[in-house]
Design a protein. Structure first.
Lengths: 272, 287
């Protein structure tokens, strides 16, 4: 503390620097990425074999992005994609959370289910595509099924592992105080594993968002994946670049929202 | 000791009539343990052999014994969390088949829910037994009782070990139980915190008239808290001595009379535990 009295300026400035440090580093990172992108675009433009793809460079891409934002195209192509991912995640939660609770709670079920689940988990969700196309009447149905298949595993396994880490004493205390099974589930188990479920959802969202684009290459005439395919077919590389940026920005934002939710529901105090 | 000819009806009717007469506050449970034996499913040999005893309403009884004598198992059976393989536990004339908010167990770890505030933790029993309407009045009351009135809105994790155990005590008392069952609840605390909780818990139990059964391996704790001590021996677990602790409240914080009782119980315990002249296995600062 004596340092603070001797060097008041540093003592005042240091916390401010610390506060903005994360943002500063983020800006530096984005700056580096942009620089790399710009250098790449410059190299492509000056290469005799590749110069046709020069519209991938930052300037044409960002100019097109701005046009797409103004014209409402961005909303038009993101809306259907977000709805598909949202529904896929919802179904994944409806299946993953209860099944995760059951296999986390019942050792026998876990032992039986482990091998088939690990087997199914390792199959790329896109490998289900032909089956999905046959089984569902609509392209939307097939895409939502693929996203559900991708998203269910992280949610399921994360829920189960959260349940296994529940302090058995919490259950004993609840039983001792007269809790019925509904109390046990909604007042003890779910709050205790809320963070595990949300972490699973965060992982699931990442996978779902990645699976979404190739899934939308199929059949449908809306969404971000369709926009990418369409831009490729029409050789509109500025639009293609802009769509890639949109995919990245939305993915980043969704992940950030998940992180905020995790922070809110996290009851672990690090300082103890 | 033999209570095999015990008939629950007459005694318990008397007890219940007495409760009705003194209906100012709920009085303690009457406990009768009859022909209780227990064997763990997967292990050989009996853990508990032929227990017969009775606990009067409002009495503070310590089950004293070394680890492995089954004292904790016995407590679990009084609470209904474990059922005995033979015999029965009868509380106020009713056979115990499952846990009930009328008798509450406290464990070595406070096991508070870290996602809840102190007040929410204390209110759990009332919520579980669908008495949420009492929370508003009852919770400040019990938190004051354990000297944590000012901590109601704090997160349970911010409290010290002793304070957390006080919250667990408040949680146990919130439903107005007739009996508290303590399973070495203070053994994880430092000596000073433990001492003040021992005194407070006894005083609270006496003030509310509730029955208190505690499991301990600490002779000092038994002398400080109990009206009566059952010294258990191990392999198989059974009651070796049943002795009263005739101390008045003032003597329990440590006087000559306390020292004498402590020495007497110590030698009884050493005799039962088959460790001649063994010193208190916890610490001497307790004396």
């Amino acid at each position: 503390m004596s340092d603070a009295t001797q060097l008041p300026t540093i003592a005042v400035r240091l916390p401010d620097l610390m506060r903005y440090r994360g943002i500063m580093n983020g800006i530096i990172g984005i700056g580096l990425l942009m620089a790399l992108w710009w250098v790449g675009g410059w190299a492509v433009a000056n290469n005799d074999d590749l110069f046709a793809f020069a519209d991938f460079a930052p300037a044409p891409t960002l100019a097109r992005l701005w046009e797409m934002i103004l014209s409402g195209d961005v909303l038009g192509m993101s809306g259907p994609s977000l709805m598909r991912v949202g529904l896929g995640l919802l179904y994944a939660m409806i299946i993953g959370v209860p099944v995760g609770i059951v296999i986390g709670r019942m050792k026998r079920v876990n032992e039986v289910a482990n091998v088939p689940f690990q087997f199914l988990r390792m199959i790329s969700p896109l490998a289900w595509m032909p089956i999905a196309v046959m089984a569902f009447d609509t392209w939307d149905g097939a895409i939502i099924f693929l996203i559900t298949m991708a998203a269910v595993w992280p949610i399921l396994f994360s829920t189960a592992s959260g349940l296994r880490r529940i302090d058995p004493a919490w259950l004993k205390v609840a039983r001792n105080l007269g809790a019925n099974p509904a109390h046990m589930l909604f007042m003890v188990i779910l709050p205790a594993i809320a963070v595990d479920i949300l972490s699973g959802i965060r992982l699931a969202l990442g996978v779902a968002w990645v699976v979404l684009v190739p899934a939308e290459y199929l059949g449908v005439t809306s969404g971000l994946g369709y926009a990418i395919n369409d831009a490729r077919d029409t050789l509109d590389y500025a639009s293609l670049g802009a769509t890639v940026v949109i995919i990245g920005v939305i993915g980043f934002t969704l992940d950030y929202l998940c992180m905020l939710a995790i922070k809110k529901f996290n009851w672990v105090r690090e300082d103890h | 000791m033999a209570l095999t000819d015990y008939s629950p009806s007459s005694t318990d009717q008397a007890v219940e009539q007495a409760q009705v007469r003194s209906a100012i506050r709920p009085s303690g449970s009457h406990v009768a343990v009859m022909g209780l034996s227990h064997t763990y499913r997967k292990r050989d040999g009996q853990v508990l052999e032929n227990f017969d005893f009775e606990i009067r309403p409002g009495e503070v009884v310590a089950l004293l014994g070394r680890s492995g004598c089954g004292k904790s198992t016995l407590l679990h059976m009084l609470s209904g969390l474990t059922l005995p393989s033979e015999g029965e536990v009868v509380i106020n004339g009713n056979r115990v088949k499952e846990p009930s908010p009328r008798w509450v167990m406290m464990f070595q770890a406070p096991s508070l829910y870290p996602w809840m505030s102190v007040a929410q933790n204390a209110a759990l029993g009332l919520r579980f037994s669908r008495r949420a309407d009492e929370i508003k009045t009852r919770i400040p009351e019990v938190l004051d009782l354990v000297d944590l009135g000012a901590f109601a809105d704090r997160n349970a994790q911010e409290l010290s070990g002793g304070q957390q155990q006080r919250v667990a005590l408040a949680r146990s008392l919130a439903t107005n139980p007739e009996m508290l069952l303590l399973d070495e609840p203070f053994s994880a605390l430092d000596a000073f915190t433990r001492r003040s909780l021992q005194q407070d818990v006894r005083q609270i139990a006496k003030r509310l008239g509730i029955t208190l059964v505690l499991v301990t391996h600490d002779v000092g704790e038994a002398v400080r808290m109990a009206d009566r001590v059952l010294v258990l021996e191990a392999n198989p677990g059974r009651i070796a001595k049943d002795t009263m602790i005739p101390l008045c409240e003032d003597d329990r914080s440590g006087s000559d009379a306390f020292q004498k009782e402590h020495a007497r119980l110590m030698s009884l315990y050493a005799q039962v535990a088959d460790m001649p002249g063994a010193p208190d296995e916890t610490d001497f600062t307790q004396l």
